[in-house]
Design a protein around this ligand. Structure first.
Ligand code: NAP
Ligand code: SF4
Length: 674
């Protein structure tokens, strides 16, 4: 079925069992797992899942190259033993693993930052100083030494990180390289650093060792490389001895989303396709490839020789195995939310995955078969209830899952209709499959009573009844103009041309995105050309960096006001790595963002507010309330009142922290121990 994807790739001295690379992800285990035992378990599970080649998270070749002051570079031989725990674990499972060598340059979160020149990255508070000529030489030696140590630790190869705006990229592009010595000036001088690193690494490690070079094929910053320059570098890297070229898309400081859920699936494969035929070594396509059908199409369309998926292996370590066994419908799909992976890395916490809390916690939580099957009732088929019921059933318990609505999914049913969040439907599909596979007894349209639960002979009762939108206490709140978010997103109520949204949390932002999108047009997330136009990417690569002269977003069909009572930037509490995307998107749609608003009343005239020291009336057709939620926990309360023990999880337990990540994690840890 996935003929190309599952076909081997012959590298001459070694063969990869299929065309799937598990791309590098910095999981923070590099810094926070002192023995590498957890890291070994994490990668071994992915190797067991049959991925063709794994690349580790970035490892610094020297102290200056570290992303943050914690952790250590791989620069002395005694550390090989620790790395060998990882390589042994992967090899025992029949896998192959390369170690990524990453020097972050000016992206470090440390006052010790260095770069090609003295500049400051917009995403680091610390300016960088310029490396001296001797230090550049030393940096090359450190890369080579690090690769030699990786070889001693029995990695199958290394990936040299030359993209995403890190040190090597900072040397290549003139906006960050203002040097006048042999490492600056002409393009030939600026690309000497990566070429020398690859050439000298090949000399040091010999022929039979994989060297992947991650090449920035699309910088997405002003003054980035031209296409001709990128091709020139690719050819030089091949000559210098690289085995494979992996694609890098966009510097981290680029203002075009490159991996968020808003990015179309396989949306950047066209970039790698441009490079096909320019070099004779295999090319890897990357970014937002999350399912085998997407990957297979990329290969069938001749865009690349191999595909890289990173986060999808957090969501499901068995992605390849399930593809091989015709079970792709059972894949727990990465929904590209970044909530438990990148947002964790950027806040120095160990990564995990919203839909798979076991990711990077394999030594801590396991769903082992039970030898004492219990009868379990789970009430509510939102994310918490779905995770609890399916994992409990997978372990061998007998599970009844009760849901008052006619479908499973809870809040995810609202997320999936937001343009750019269509992927949430995958999670609902996954849980639907798990319900069937593990024989969960699903009772839809069934508001289970306290009596049924009391008399059902259950050993355990889990209440995951979720939340209900918060009702506001302002004059005119029952006016026909007032809707809540569920009315709009779940019950499909029509919304007029002028609309005010009360509350600018996660759901307020989602609502603004929904209402400012013209539903006559396909969501740009579904169409690569439309997406590139919307975010200002020039697919003809007319200028260096491939940015268009201006973004061309679709106009909003409505005049939208996004209101909040508090002071400060809208969306401050959104995800660390995604908040800026939501803010930029709404700014492009010209959504009016008002802060420090007092809500006075709603009447036929519209929404009366006090803002900027004066009273105003927003003459709107509708007011949509997105002011958070309150828990739906009455069932739990009445069971407790009757002395019946029940577990309370998810939003029903704590609505103020309503959050799918917390809900699924709570459910998973609870039933892993039942
Ligand atoms: P939320 O993030 O708590 O935001 C609700 C907002 O409503 C508050 O920020 C508050 O803002 C306002 N509010 C609260 N009580 C109010 C009242 N009595 N009157 C008027 N305004 C009031 O809740 P949410 O937007 O419903 O999101 C719930 C959770 O879903 C979030 O915690 C998040 O984890 C998740 N989520 C995240 C995303 C995302 O990151 N993109 C998207 C959807 C959902 P002011 O006090 O400033 O007015
Ligand atoms: Fe994918 Fe979200 Fe899981 Fe990260 S947390 S791996 S983005 S589903």
């Amino acid at each position: 079925m996935y003929d190309k994807l599952l076909s081997p790739l012959d590298l001459g001295f070694t063969t990869l069992k299929n065309r799937v690379l598990m791309g590098s992800m910095h999981t923070m285990l590099e810094e926070l797992d002192p023995t590498f035992e957890r890291m070994a378990a994490f990668y071994a599970e992915r190797a067991r899942g049959q991925v063709g080649l794994i690349v580790t998270g970035g490892i610094g070749p020297n102290k200056q190259g570290l992303a943050m002051p914690i952790g250590e570079p791989f620069d002395h031989e005694e550390q090989c033993a620790k790395h060998k725990i990882v390589t042994d674990a992967v090899h025992q499972e029949g896998g192959k693993i390369c170690m990524q060598i990453l020097h972050v340059g000016r992206y470090g979160y440390t006052p010790e930052n260095v770069s090609a020149s003295a500049t400051k990255a917009p995403i680091s508070p610390f300016p960088a100083r310029e490396l001296s000529g001797d230090e550049v030489e030393q940096t090359i030696k450190d890369f080579v030494h690090c690769a030699e140590l990786a070889q001693k630790a029995e990695y199958d190869g290394v990936e040299i990180m030359g993209s995403e705006g890190y040190l090597i990229n900072q040397f290549i592009v003139s906006k960050t390289n203002k040097r006048t010595d042999e490492w600056g000036g002409s393009y030939e001088n600026r690309i000497k650093l990566p070429i020398e690193i690859v050439r000298r690494t090949r000399e040091a490690v010999g022929e039979n060792f994989i060297i992947i070079y991650r090449l920035s094929m699309l910088d997405l910053v002003e003054g980035g490389s031209t296409w001709e320059e990128v091709v020139q570098l690719a050819k030089e890297i091949e000559k210098a001895g690289a085995t494979i070229i992996n694609t890098g898309i966009g510097w981290h400081e680029a203002r075009v989303p490159t991996i968020g859920t808003i990015v179309p699936k396989g949306g950047f494969a066209w970039v790698t396709k441009r490079m096909m035929g320019e070099v004779n070594i295999p090319l890897i396509a990357t970014n937002r490839i999350n399912m085998p059908d997407v990957a297979e199409k990329i290969l069938q369309d001749g865009c690349a020789d191999m595909v890289s998926m990173a986060r999808p292996f957090l969501a499901d370590p068995e992605l390849v195995l399930k593809s091989m066994e015709g079970r792709a419908n059972e894949i727990n799909t990465c929904i590209a939310c970044n909530q438990a992976c990148l947002d964790h890395t950027f806040t120095a916490q160990v990564c995990s995955c919203i839909v798979n809390p076991r990711a990077c916690h394999e030594t801590e939580i396991n769903y082992l078969p039970t030898d004492q099957p219990k009868k379990i009732a789970v009430v509510g088929a939102g994310p918490a209830g779905l995770a609890a019921s399916t994992i409990a059933a997978e372990r061998g318990h007998h599970v009844d899952l009760f849901e008052g609505e006619s479908e499973i999914g809870g809040q995810f049913n609202m997320a999936k209709v937001i343009p750019g969040k269509e992927e949430y439907a995958h999670s609902i599909r996954y849980y639907g499959e798990m319900i069937k596979k593990h024989n969960v007894n699903l009772h839809l349209n069934h508001r289970v009573s306290e009596q049924e639960l009391a008399e059902g002979g259950y050993d355990e009762i889990i209440i995951a009844t979720g939340v209900t939108p918060r009702q506001l206490d302002i004059e005119g709140i029952d006016h026909a103009k007032v809707l809540d978010y569920a009315d709009v997103l779940y019950r499909n109520q029509e919304v007029g041309k002028r609309v005010a949204i009360i509350g600018a949390g996660g759901i307020g932002f989602d609502m603004a995105e929904y209402l400012s999108h013209d539903m006559e047009h396909e969501s740009p997330t579904m169409n690569v050309e439309a997406y590139m136009k919307e975010w200002g990417v020039d697919m003809d690569y007319t200028r260096g960096g491939s940015l268009a002269t201006a973004a061309q977003p679709l106009a909003s069909p409505r005049e939208v006001y996004l209101l909040k009572r508090s002071k400060g930037k809208h969306g401050k509490k959104l995800g660390k790595t995604t908040g800026w995307i939501h803010r930029s998107s709404l700014a492009m749609k010209k959504v009016n963002m008002l802060q420090e608003v007092t809500y006075k009343k709603v009447d036929d005239q519209g929404l009366h507010i006090h803002v900027n020291g004066k009273d105003e009336v927003l003459d709107v057709d509708h007011v949509v309330v997105c002011a958070g939620q309150v828990p739906l926990n009455t069932l739990h309360q009445s069971l407790t009142d009757k002395g019946i023990k029940a577990h309370l999880i998810g939003g029903a337990a704590e609505a103020t922290e309503l959050d799918a990540k917390k809900a699924i994690k709570e459910a998973s840890y609870l039933v892993a121990a039942l």
